[in-house]
Ligand binder design. Structure first.
Ligand SMILES: Nc1ncnc2c1ncn2[C@@H]1O[C@H](COP(=O)(O)OP(=O)(O)O)[C@@H](O)[C@H]1O
Ligand SMILES: [Mg+2]
Length: 377
């Protein structure tokens, strides 16, 4: 495989979010604009660099040990029986490696992969057309599978359970149903919202795997690997700084590597060390914990406007100027993961750690709440 350093593509692309210009744009965007830097959602520049960065085998896939061990066994077993792998559902926040894992599975199974997504399968003929293309042992990947509509979902049931499609022809009394056999294939579904999947669909997967946020050592491995592929010279401290601010998410780790590379190139630094990495990330307003200005504003609204909570998600989102779905899906998971926000039946609550992160002292009530929760767990 030839590897094109994406610096060549990135530096001259005016739309590239990773460029220095993007940093200027973002700093000027003001407090209302969410910086794209730390969004776990995929942007066009991620997509371009993904071509080089996607792991090509299970052994190149870093972390998610439990899921990997399970897959390794199941793939070996399926291959030794010359059968298709059982259907698999991956769920978890964006950027943790669901699509990458689906690709790796297809490579390991030496199978062809067909890529689609819930929203793309709007009409019955979309899904029938897709199923019709499948050959024995193929992998069918459906991203955002929670967004499949009812009709598509019902066409999918017999396909994944009995490897057949039920087609109806005619209307009224003349309606006839025909069952067409399909080759045995593997469906891999991915979703960020497992709760929105119907039970009927979820139950039809042989494996349901939750992807976890990555540990610091795992992120450091990913940062090292990415800088190797992109031909960036980086020392151990530089790696550590980037890994520590990547919010447990490989997609963000890779994006920060590209940003730091652009900064280093622009400033003429040959080596990315602690200092270069720190200053570069400060330019993009990424703080020590990987929080960006919107995260900090959310915490500060929670603390200052709502006295640390509890406050309902709707009110919090309205004060932030975002819709509540975005707050719930994009900002909150990481703030909860960091232990800055707790979800309680009465609403969101700032923890003592959140006060500490903003350089404030938590009132006594917040501290007792924290102690109370610790005692429970
Ligand atoms: N376990 C991993 N090891 C190495 N790189 C990874 C891993 N998981 C994800 N990545 C990188 O992060 C990027 C985003 O992963 P992706 O599979 O698109 O996430 P998702 O589909 O869950 O949103 C990929 O391009 C890949 O380069
Ligand atoms: Mg994906």
């Amino acid at each position: 495989m030839t590897i094109v350093p994406s610096s060549i593509n990135g530096a001259i692309d005016p739309d590239d979010e990773s460029g220095i210009k993007a940093a200027d744009r973002k700093t000027k965007a003001g407090p209302a604009g969410r910086s794209e830097v730390l969004s776990a959602k995929e942007n066009p520049s991620d997509r371009r660099s993904d071509l080089n960065l996607r792991p090509q085998s299970l052994s190149e896939y870093i972390g998610q040990e439990r899921t990997r061990a399970m897959l390794e066994m199941s793939i070996a077993a399926a291959k030794s029986r010359a059968e298709a792998l059982d259907h698999i559902l991956f769920y978890g926040p964006p950027g943790l490696g669901k699509t990458s894992l689906a690709n790796v599975i297809a490579i390991e199974m030496e199978a062809k992969i067909h890529l689609s997504s819930g929203p793309a399968l709007e009409r019955p003929r979309d899904i029938i057309g897709l199923l019709h293309q499948l050959e024995e042992g193929d992998v069918l990947f459906i991203d955002e599978i929670h967004r499949l509509n009812r009709i598509a979902e019902e066409l999918l049931y017999p396909a994944i359970e009995d490897f057949a499609i039920d087609l109806t022809a005619g209307k009224g009394h003349a309606t006839r149903t025909m069952r067409l056999p399909l080759p045995r294939f593997t469906l891999i579904g991915a979703t960020t919202k497992a709760a929105m999947l119907s039970n009927a669909l979820r139950d039809r997967f042989g494996f349901v795997c939750r992807l976890e946020f990555y540990s610091l050592p795992e992120l450091a491995k990913i940062v090292k690997r990415t800088s190797g592929i992109l031909n960036i010279e980086m020392d151990g401290k530089g790696v550590e700084i980037i890994a520590g601010r990547a919010r447990g998410t490989p997609r963000i780790a890779n994006r920060l590597v590209r940003l730091v590379r652009d900064y280093a190139q622009y400033k003429g630094h040959k080596l990315v060390d602690e200092e270069v990495a720190k200053v570069a990330l400060e330019t993009y307003q990424v703080d020590m914990q990987g929080l960006d200005p919107t995260d900090r504003r959310l915490l500060s609204i929670l603390i200052e406007t709502y006295g640390g909570g509890p406050v309902g998600i709707e009110a919090l989102a309205a004060s932030l100027g975002e819709d509540s779905d975005t707050v719930e899906d994009v900002y909150e998971p990481f703030l909860i993961q960091c232990g800055f926000i707790q979800r309680t039946p009465r609403g969101r609550v700032a923890t003592a750690a959140a006060y500490g992160h903003l350089g404030k002292t938590a009132p006594l009530g917040q501290l007792t709440l924290k102690l109370g929760n610790d005692a429970e767990s």
